[in-house]
Write a protein that binds this ligand. Structure first.
Ligand code: AMP
Ligand code: GLY
Length: 423
């Protein structure tokens, strides 16, 4: 099979690494890819949202399966275009992508179909926001911009006054992240967060794996929000019937809703959940794999992962093709020191990030230029390791970080030291 992975982050490096190990895969392409995918795939220089050029090239190269990494490709309708031309795609159409690209759409969808989620007011102006806040009951308010905002569209407020300041700033300065006009004011839930990744083939939706990520920049969950500074899988200390509860309470009504609305959803549904005293509640859906969660999921998968994705894309999910290891995996993100305030490009990095068996490093947005790696800054590498327990995986991951830090010879990278620390 000839496979194309769309995207350029550490998520796509991890996906392409696992896909390349699949016995059914003969040739691999990535667009635009990165320094990591370059070692196993042919990188194309086509932007992820340019569906027309991706389709032309995929046809010329007889691609059998396209795996969509980033939400912007899905929101741009790349999946629709390829699928309409008869190419198998793992990733939803633009309409299914609205579960991520519009938080208002997702909230209304959940309300229509009885999916447990935080109560929310949807507002369109400063006046309607203030009115909703005048009537607010409950402890805390989460203010969310409707559109895709690259992780910057959510502010968790302890008080109604704090929420007033946020909406005032967003509306009066025309600064709503993502550029839309709608804002959600959401009840603040408490509990533990977990991300469950469900596979979908248009007819069924099945939990594949779960992970926990770390959103704050600093140790002890301090500092600003980021795209994610590390992750581990599997989560521990969740109910033993966690997947049954997710299946019954979340995935079953979501699937019923999608089918009732005529949506053939193919790909992965990332359910960002808050596990409350009352069971799982959805805090967000994403319509693609997570970053950095994917970097800790891929090392746990054995078998023909590409075959499994192709079976979903063909509408006939075959879960026998791949299995999930009982081992644990911890991943630590190495980011430039100024992340997430700004992204300073970093050049001249050693491309050799090979590690002993059981550990693996994945490049973020980067390119191999004249034998060295250039990155745009931000999240540069995710360093992962497997172990029998989370504690074993954590210690192996930090050993790998230390050995790589020496090899990369850079003082310009920082990382959290508490990823996978057992609470
Ligand atoms: P999101 O972009 O929707 O995942 O939100 C980012 C983060 O904000 C989440 O990972 C949570 O930590 C927090 N958050 C979002 N919605 C809620 C909520 N309703 N209650 C409590 N925390 C929330
Ligand atoms: N790790 C969060 C995300 O991928 O959206």
């Amino acid at each position: 099979m000839r496979v194309l992975v769309v995207g350029n982050g550490a998520r796509e490096d991890a996906l392409s690494w696992k896909i390349a190990q699949s016995p059914s895969v003969e040739t691999l392409f990535a667009t635009p890819g990165n320094a990591g995918t370059a070692s196993r795939a042919t990188n194309w220089n086509i932007p992820v949202t340019d569906g027309k050029t991706i389709l032309e090239r995929a046809q010329a190269e007889n691609v059998d399966l396209v795996v969509l990494g980033p939400e912007v490709a899905i929101a741009a309708g790349v999946g629709d275009r390829l699928r309409d031309a008869g190419i198998a795609v793992f990733g939803p159409n633009r309409s299914g992508g609205r579960l991520e690209s519009s938080k208002v759409f997702a909230k209304r969808f959940m309300e229509r179909h009885g999916v447990p989620t935080a109560r929310a007011a949807i507002v369109h102006s400063l006046a309607s926001a203030n009115k909703a806040l005048d009537e607010w009951t409950g402890d805390g308010v989460v203010v969310k911009a409707d559109g895709l905002a690259a992780g910057k569209g959510v502010v968790v407020c302890d008080t109604v006054d704090e929420a007033r300041d946020v909406v005032k700033n967003w509306y009066t300065n025309n600064k709503i992240p993502g550029g839309g006009t709608d804002v959600l004011l959401e009840e603040r839930l408490s509990g533990r967060e977990v991300s469950v990744f469900a596979l979908a083939d248009g007819r069924a939706m099945v939990p594949m794996a779960a992970a926990c990520d770390y959103k704050r920049a600093g140790d002890g969950d301090t500092g600003p929000n980021t795209g994610g500074m590390g992750a581990y899988s599997p989560p521990y200390d969740f109910p033993i019937d966690m997947y049954d509860q997710v299946r019954e309470r979340i995935l079953a009504p979501v699937l019923r809703g999608l089918l009732a609305e005529g949506e053939t959803y193919i790909g992965v549904l990332y359910c960002g959940l808050m596990w409350t005293e009352d069971g799982p509640y959805v805090i967000e859906f994403n319509v693609r794999f997570g970053d950095p969660e994917t970097q800790v999921l891929m090392p746990r998968i054995n078998g023909d992962f590409a075959g499994l994705l192709k079976s979903c894309a063909d509408g006939a999910m075959d879960l026998t093709l791949a299995t999930l290891s009982t081992q644990s995996c911890v991943g630590v993100v190495l980011a430039t020191n100024d992340y997430p305030r700004s992204n300073t490009p970093l050049r001249g990095l050693n491309p050799d990030v090979s590690l002993p068996e059981g550990a693996q490093a994945f490049w973020g947005g980067s390119a191999l230029v004249d034998g060295s790696v250039e990155t745009g800054g931000g999240r540069v590498l995710t360093v992962t390791a497997l172990g029998e327990t989370i504690a074993d995986a954590r210690s192996a991951a930090y050993d790998a970080v230390k050995s790589l830090a020496k090899r990369l010879d850079t003082s310009e990278l920082s990382y959290r030291t508490d990823i996978g620390a057992v609470r």
